[in-house]
Design a protein around this ligand. Structure first.
Ligand SMILES: Cc1ncc(COP(=O)(O)O)c(C=O)c1O
Length: 454
C-alpha cells in the first residue's frame, strides 16, 4: 500500500449532526408549539446560546480588559466571516449592526443628507415595491419624505408566475417616472419579500436600475443568507443588509450592512454617535456605546454550527427549500388551492392559499385567525390577506406563509408534526366553517387530539 492510499483509508468521514442532536439543540423551543414561522424571528440553537453566554461572562468578568483587548479584534473576526460568506471585496465594506431596521436607517439618513446638502432636489424619488416591510416604509417617511423626497410604489403581482411579471411592473414604474421628468435617487428592493413572500429577481432589478441611472440601490435582505444565494459581486447593489438572527441561527440581535466601496462610503454614519464618529461606518458600528455585543461576536461560532450540517449553510438552505415547497404543495392539494409563486421563486418560506370558504377578508381577519391558531392549537404561522382585484371571480384572499427550518419535521404518519397539525387544523376549520361557521367554539385546544372524521 502506498502512502496516498494509506492516508485515504484512514481519512475519517465527516460526522454530521444527527436528528437527536438537532432536537437537543432546539429543545428550549416550547414543546407543544408548532413553529412554522422562522421567517418572523428566526431561531438560535442551545450551543450558540452557550457560546454567547461565555462571551457575556468574559465581558462581565473584566470589562476594561475586554473593551481594550478583545472587543474590536472580535468584531473584525465576525466581519471577516461575513465578508467571505457574501463574497464582498473588502472587510471595510461590511459593518455589523443590530438589525435590518438599523441598516435601513443608516442608508436613509444618508439620503436625507443628500437633500440637506443640495445633492438632491425636492421631489426626487425613491422607488420600492408596495410590499416593502412596514418599518422600512416608516424609515422612508421619517428620513426621505421628510427631507423633500417622493415615493414611487410599484405593485408586486401576487400570486406571481414568473420573474418577468415583476420585472415588467418595475420597468413600467421607472418609465413613468422618466416621462414625468422625476429623478429617481434610490431604489429599495427586497431580496426575499416579507409578506407575501417571494424571492425577487434582484440581479435583474439591479441591472434595470443601473440602466435607468439610479445610483443608490439598497437591497433589504432581512431574509438572506441561509434562505437564498447571497453574492455581493453578482448582485452588484450599493447597499445590502441581512439579519443574521433570522436564517443564520445567530442570537438576536445581529445583522450586517454591506456598502460597496465608493467615494460615498465615508459619508455614511451610524445614527448612534460615539467617540468613533468619522472613523468609517464599520468602526463606528462596532462601538455604539456600552451594551451587549455578544450576539455580534458569536458569528464565527455560527459558522461552526452550520458546518455540522451536510453541505453547510447551502445544504441547509437547499433542504429547507425542498421541504417547504413539499409542505406547501401538500397543503395546497388538500385545500384545493395553490402556491403563491412557482417553486423557484420560493425561499425557505412559501405562501399557500387558504380555502376560500374561510373568507379571510381583512388584515384584521388574518390577525384573528393567527391569534386563534396560536392560542387554541399552538400553531405559529403568519397569515396574509390579499385584497381581491376588481371584477375577479372566486379570488383567494387568504394565504398562510409557511417557513421550514432544521428543527421542523415532516413525519407523515404522526399527528404531532408541524405540517400535519396545520393540515388537520385548517381542514377542520374548513369543514366546520362550511357547516355553520361554528368553528370558534367547536374546535378543541389541541389539534393532536382531534379525530380526522370530525
Ligand atoms: C423584509 C424585512 N425587512 C426588514 C425587517 C426588519 O428586521 P428587524 O426587525 O430585525 O430589524 C424584516 C423583519 O422581519 C423583514 O422581513
Amino acid at each position: 500500500m502506498n502512502s496516498t492510499s494509506a492516508s485515504a483509508a484512514v481519512t475519517p468521514q465527516p460526522l454530521f449532526i444527527t436528528p437527536p442532536e438537532v432536537f437537543s439543540e432546539f429543545s428550549h423551543h416550547h414543546p407543544s408549539v408548532a413553529r412554522i414561522n422562522n421567517g418572523g424571528f428566526g431561531c438560535c440553537p442551545s450551543s450558540l446560546i452557550s457560546s454567547q453566554r461565555q462571551i457575556q461572562l468574559q465581558w462581565l468578568r473584566q470589562p476594561d480588559e475586554f473593551f481594550f483587548n478583545q472587543l474590536q479584534p472580535g468584531m473584525l473576526r465576525s466581519r471577516n466571516v461575513i465578508k467571505e460568506l457574501i463574497n464582498a471585496d473588502h472587510v471595510d465594506e461590511v459593518s455589523i449592526v443590530d438589525n435590518a431596521s438599523t441598516a435601513i436607517s443608516i442608508v436613509l439618513q444618508h439620503m436625507a443628507w443628500g437633500f440637506a446638502e443640495g445633492k438632491f432636489r425636492s421631489g426626487d424619488a425613491t422607488v420600492m415595491f408596495h410590499c416593502t416591510y412596514g418599518a422600512v416604509k416608516k424609515s422612508v417617511e421619517a428620513y426621505f419624505v421628510r427631507a423633500g423626497g417622493y415615493v414611487i410604489e410599484v405593485p408586486l403581482p401576487f400570486p406571481v408566475n414568473s420573474d418577468d411579471e415583476i420585472l415588467q411592473e418595475f420597468r413600467q414604474a421607472l418609465e413613468k417616472a422618466k416621462q414625468s421628468g422625476r429623478s429617481v435617487r434610490l431604489a429599495i428592493i427586497d431580496h426575499v419579500t416579507f409578506m407575501p413572500t417571494v424571492v425577487m429577481p434582484v440581479k435583474q432589478l439591479v441591472s434595470i436600475c443601473r440602466e435607468a441611472g439610479i445610483d443608490h440601490i439598497f437591497i433589504d435582505a432581512a431574509h438572506g443568507i441561509g434562505c437564498v444565494d447571497v453574492d455581493m459581486k453578482q448582485i452588484g447593489a450599493d447597499f445590502y443588509t441581512k439579519n443574521l438572527h433570522k436564517w443564520l441561527f445567530c442570537p438576536p440581535s445581529a445583522a450586517f450592512l454591506y456598502c460597496r466601496k465608493s467615494n460615498e462610503i465615508s459619508a455614511l454614519h451610524h445614527p448612534v454617535v460615539t467617540h468613533q464618529y468619522g472613523n468609517g461606518l464599520a468602526t463606528e458600528s462596532s462601538w455604539i456605546g456600552t451594551r451587549d455585543y455578544s450576539a455580534q461576536l458569536v458569528v464565527p461560532k455560527v459558522l461552526e454550527f452550520v458546518n455540522r450540517f451536510e453541505g453547510g449553510i447551502d445544504g441547509i438552505k437547499r433542504r429547507n427549500h425542498d421541504a417547504v415547497v413539499g409542505m406547501g404543495e401538500m397543503l395546497g392539494k388538500a385545500w384545493g388551492t395553490h402556491l403563491g409563486c412557482p417553486p423557484h421563486m420560493c425561499s425557505s418560506m412559501v405562501m399557500v392559499g387558504l380555502p376560500a370558504c374561510l373568507q379571510v377578508s381583512s388584515d384584521q381577519d388574518t390577525l384573528k385567525l393567527r391569534t386563534y391558531l396560536r392560542d387554541k392549537f399552538g400553531v405559529e404561522v403568519a397569515i396574509y390577506y390579499r385584497p381581491p382585484k376588481d371584477g375577479e371571480v372566486g379570488p383567494l384572499t387568504g394565504y398562510a406563509r409557511i417557513s421550514y427550518q432544521v428543527y421542523n419535521k415532516i413525519k407523515l404518519l404522526e399527528l404531532d408534526t408541524d405540517t400535519e397539525k396545520l393540515l388537520l387544523l385548517l381542514l377542520l376549520l374548513w369543514i366546520i366553517d362550511i357547516t355553520g361557521k361554528k368553528y370558534l367554539s367547536l374546535l378543541q385546544p389541541k389539534a393532536t387530539t382531534l379525530p380526522l372524521s370530525h
